[in-house]
Design a protein around this ligand. Sequence first.
Ligand code: HBI
Ligand code: FE
Length: 234
Amino acid sequence: MPRYACRQYLDSLARLGDVEAIPRFEEISARLRRSTRWELVAVPGLIPDDVFFRHLANRRLPVTDWLHKPEEADYIVEPDVFHDFFGHVPLLFEPVYADYLQEYGLGGLKALELDALGILARLYWYTIEFGLVVERSGLRAYGTGLLSSKGELAYCVESQSPRRMHFDLLRIMRTEYRIDRFQDSYFVIDSFEQLLRETRPDFTPLYARLARLPGYAPDADVGDDALFQGVTET
Ligand code: HBI
Ligand code: FE
C-alpha cells in the first residue's frame, strides 16, 4: 500500500481506525457522514444500475455484505466487502473525489435515460475502478479495483507492458475494457480537481458522437495518444 497507493487514500486509511479490527459499518458510516456527507448502505451484491446510480447520486455508497474466499484474494468479478469497504470507502473522505462520485451517480441516471450506459461505464472503469494519479513522489493508484487487488496494484505502477495515457475523456469513453484480467491500458490524472473539472460538461453531445463510432480495443495503439512517460521513483 505505502508504495503504490495515492496519498489521499493512505491518509484516509490511517483515519479509519484500528487496522487490526474489522471495521463497523455504522461507525464508519457515521464518521463518513460527518466528513463528506456520504454514508454506507449494505447490499447483498450487484444491484440494478438505476438503484446503484440513485444511491451514488444521493451520496450513499452501496457496500456488499459478503467476503470473498481466501483463494479469491487476487481477483473476483463481483464486488465484495473487501473491494467496496477497503477499496472505495477511504477515498470518500477526500472531498473532491466525494463530489466526483456523486456527479458520476447523477451522470449514470442521465446515461440510463439516454441509453448511453455502456459509454459512461468506461469512464467509471478507467477512473473510479482503475485510475492512476501522478504525485510528487511519482505514479500512484487511486482506482478501487487496483487498491483491492494485491497483484494488479504493483503491476499498474511498475510493469512496462500496460499502455499508460494522460487523462483524455473522449479516448476513455471510446476504450473498451476487460473484466477478467489485468488492464492493458491505464489513464493518469494530475489531481482529483482535474478529474472533476474535465467531467463537468454535459455528456449528451459526446454520447451522440460516440454512439456512431466503433470502440477501441483495450490495448489499442491510437496514433495521437498522449502517452504518460513519467517514471516512478525507485
Ligand atoms: N452494484 N453493489 C453494486 N456495486 C457496483 O459497483 C455496481 C452495482 N450495480 C451496477 C454497477 N456497479 C455497474 O453496472 C455500473 O457502475 C455501470
Ligand atoms: Fe467498485
